[in-house]
Design a protein around this ligand. Structure first.
Ligand code: 2HA
Ligand code: ZN
Length: 271
């Protein structure tokens, strides 16, 4: 059996969370990531019959029984994951009863998965229903994206349109646009259900006055989506109070989307 600390998926999680921390997106215990793993990937490193302990999920995940996730821990700091992965991360499998998680590795100080695990699992289920290759759900508090939710109307069409105007590549990177939820109480099944509903149409969901959720096939793709939104939001926050002299026109965004062959939300443009 190979050492789990050498597993590429653990390494990716350590590097990505360290990177996000350094970008200032994940203060204190802010942010959480879940990574859907194949049993064959994990079996190289762990005895799949050895369950360390079981942890109640608090909701019904019976459609994903047996699925295995690498997940950041509740109350844990992204800052500390790089140095202490086994304390701050865990690998859990959804048990046969559909309402319990079996801990296979990690959370060594008695901890458990993120309080946002309902939103993560429900989002995984929603994304898998439209994209069987989805693996990663990422939640974070990127500074400018968060700032923008205080000064821009929380309307999916206009919010997406504003971001598309801020960087040439935006319409190509997230042609499906941004789903938006108003401020809601976090850590609950209700915000999980609302996020998952949006995830059927969007790979990015902004939580007003809180942060963002991203979904993707790989850690890089998911990080890249959020990074692009954050860059656009930064340009917006640097320019929103200044007279706008130039912009990317709707016809130019259409030209971009068509040139790169992406399936974009035409109804989000004013053509
Ligand atoms: O895990 O970001 O939304 C801390 C959070 C909750
Ligand atoms: Zn949060």
């Amino acid at each position: 059996m190979k050492n789990i600390l050498t597993a590429p998926f653990v390494e990716e999680m350590r590097q990505t969370t360290a990177n996000m921390y350094r970008l200032g997106w994940d203060e204190r215990n802010g942010g959480n990531i879940s990574y859907l793993l194949e049993e064959s990937q994990v079996a190289e490193y762990l005895d799949m019959n050895q369950v360390i302990r079981t942890i109640p999920l608090g909701f019904d995940a019976s459609t994903i029984i047996g699925k295995i996730f690498l997940v950041t821990g509740t109350g844990k700091y992204f800052k500390n994951i790089l140095d202490k992965p086994e304390e701050n991360l865990g690998i859990v499998r959804i048990a046969k009863d559909g309402v319990t998680a079996e801990l296979l590795w990690g959370y060594t100080d008695g901890g458990k998965f993120t309080s946002e695990f309902p939103a993560h699992l429900m989002s995984h289920m929603a994304r898998l229903s439209v994209d069987p290759e989805n693996r990663v759900i990422m939640h974070t508090h990127p500074t400018n994206t968060l700032a923008m939710t205080y000064v821009h109307e929380l309307n999916e069409r206009t919010f997406t349109h504003t971001l598309w105007e801020m960087c040439t590549e935006c319409v190509v990177v997230f042609p499906d646009g941004i789903g938006i939820l108003p401020w809601m109480l976090c850590g609950t099944n209700s915000i999980g259900e609302a996020t998952a509903e949006k995830m059927k149409k969007f790979r990015l969901v902004v939580w007003g006055m809180h942060g963002i959720y991203g979904a993707g096939k790989t850690m890089d793709e998911t990080f890249g989506l959020i990074e692009t939104v954050e860059k656009a939001a930064q340009i917006y926050m640097l320019t929103a109070h200044l007279p706008r002299v130039n912009t990317i026109k709707d016809t130019e965004m259409q030209e971009l989307a068509e040139f790169f062959g992406v399936n974009y939300r035409k109804d989000f443009l004013n053509l």
